[in-house]
Design a protein around this ligand. Structure first.
Ligand code: F0G
Length: 481
């Protein structure tokens, strides 16, 4: 939650205490330069020992609760028929309102199964915006095309529009008319839209999209990986929802979707995922494939210990202290950066603080990956690991041409219940330092480029070796740290 101090200043306050801790190190800038060079200017390839704050992602990096750890001690390890799975199914029924559920090992496994079962070559899947793994599964497993039907506001990085994750209803209708209903296996809505900078959709929009889906007889699939943050923001921003609880809003969202899936690594703070629905027919189309790719239906690629922790996480995730914990930190983080005119995605959303690399580094063309360069530069200047969410995260087209991303973002994620105010203050300070030295940063070029999801394993180098100049400027002004 946020608390207003007597000075009038509002600060995020952690509604938990740390009772188990993990050591972190801040290495000197010279070593940080060496580490990023060895990692091919790709923060995915850094090692934890070389970083101070790991703000790469909120996926699988959240702090579990005491009750989750306790639940992991007492599980039913049966391969088939495990009671731990049925306890999880009870939590899904109570929290999401779905009767049918299957576990999968993580979110992309759900995307794989759903794409494989429902999408075929020549189909199109309209979505409010793609996620990297979703797009690859729709295009590779299903052979379909992923179409983005966002609103005009979505790509404006500086905005006051509260629901940049909305789908444009008119454009959806036009798309269905253009391709024909039979070419559209499902419409996909993603909560707290990841690649748009963690931006929510409104309940009104979700309902309108559903009305269109009903009109044409197309199932609506909800990617609820970041659903609780979306619900928390609906409560804060949408008229008529101010007196509803996050739990009520989550249930209402789930009630609208025909088919639901989530990565459990975010909201439930545990490795895993699930697919759930009240539509038996849809469920039965997917279920036979589960043992082929994931495991028997009472474990679906997860260990029973993880399922036990996920059952507790499912019940805890709708608590506003958890649903809002990253959101309030991000709001503070972004407000402070806006004060010093750092180009950052607004309004604040969920998941992360996103720097707008095209505005931060206007001298770097997209062909030289401004978001990748900024992400590497932030690491050199701070030891903070963030993530490139721009052209490097895109796939080349069939002819091998570069596909430029709509947005070039450096994503500084806030895992739930992990970092404190002083960590955020440190990040704000180093981002400001970097902004004042932005002319020292140049572009990147690939030296090794994998054929798929290249952002994970690709290696790049700094044009004109700019990393050295940046680290020397840092050392001259601030010393080793
Ligand atoms: N959908 C959304 C909206 C996601 O953010 C993610 C993962 C997935 C699906 C895939 O889930 O990782 O469990 O297989 N997002 C992570 C991130 C990787 O860093 O934003 P997964």
């Amino acid at each position: 939650m946020s608390i207003k101090l007597s000075s009038g200043k509002e600060i995020p306050v952690e509604m938990h205490k740390a009772r188990m801790v993990q050591k972190i190190w801040l290495s000197p800038v010279e070593e940080r330069l060496k580490a990023i060079e060895e990692a091919g200017y790709n923060t995915f390839l850094l090692k934890t020992k070389d970083m101070f704050l790991d703000m790469l992602t909120d996926s699988g990096t959240n702090a579990m609760s005491d009750n989750q750890f306790a639940a992991m001690m007492k599980v039913d390890d049966a391969y088939a028929g495990s009671m731990t799975f049925y306890e999880f199914a009870d939590a899904v029924r109570d929290v999401l309102g779905y009767k049918h559920v299957m576990n999968v090992h993580q979110g992309r496994a759900a995307e794989h199964l759903i794409s494989k079962v429902f999408a075929k070559s020549g189909d199109v899947v309209p979505t409010n915006y793609h996620f990297t793994t979703t797009k690859v599964h729709i295009e590779l497993t299903g052979g379909a095309t992923c179409l983005e039907i966002y609103t005009d506001e979505a790509l404006k990085t500086e905005s006051t529009f509260p629901f940049k994750g909305n789908m444009d209803p008119q454009k959806l209708k036009d798309t269905i008319e253009k391709y024909g209903r039979e070419k559209i296996p499902f419409v996909r809505m993603e909560a707290t839209t990841n690649l748009l900078g963690g931006q929510p959709f409104s309940m009104e929009n979700l309902k309108e999209i559903k009305r269109i889906c009903i009109q044409y007889g197309i199932p609506l699939v909800l990617d609820g990986s970041l659903m609780c943050e979306n619900a928390y923001l609906i409560r804060q921003r949408e008229r008529g929802y101010e007196n509803k609880t996050v739990a009520e809003i989550v249930k209402e969202m789930c009630d609208i979707a025909d088919l639901f899936y989530m990565s459990g690594r975010k909201n439930t703070c545990v490795r895993g995922g699930c697919i759930a629905t009240n539509n038996k027919e849809l469920f039965e189309k997917i279920q036979p494939w589960l043992p082929v790719y994931e495991g028997f239906f009472t474990y679906g690629g997860m260990s029973q210990r993880e399922i036990a922790a996920m059952a507790i996480g499912m019940r805890e995730m709708v608590n506003p202290d958890l649903a809002g914990c990253a959101i309030e930190q991000i709001k503070y983080f972004i407000k402070r950066l806006v004060e010093t005119r750092i180009p950052v995605v607004t309004p604040p959303g969920g998941l992360a603080c996103h720097l707008d690399a095209m505005k931060f580094l206007p001298h770097i063309p997209q062909s030289q990956y401004p978001a990748g360069a900024l992400t590497a530069a932030l690491y050199i200047a701070s030891g903070i690991r963030s993530m490139e969410r721009g052209t490097i995260s895109m796939e080349r087209d069939e002819e091998g041409n570069e596909v430029f991303s709509d947005l070039e973002l450096t994503r500084i994620a806030l895992p739930r219940r992990v970092y404190t105010m002083s960590h955020i203050e440190y990040a704000i300070d180093r981002i400001n330092w970097l902004y004042n030295h932005r002319d020292l940063i140049k572009g990147l070029k690939f030296v090794y480029e994998p054929p798929v999801l290249r952002f994970f394993l690709g290696k790049l180098e700094a044009i004109d070796n700019w990393g050295r100049g940046l680290s020397e400027a840092f050392k001259n002004e601030l010393g080793d740290y």
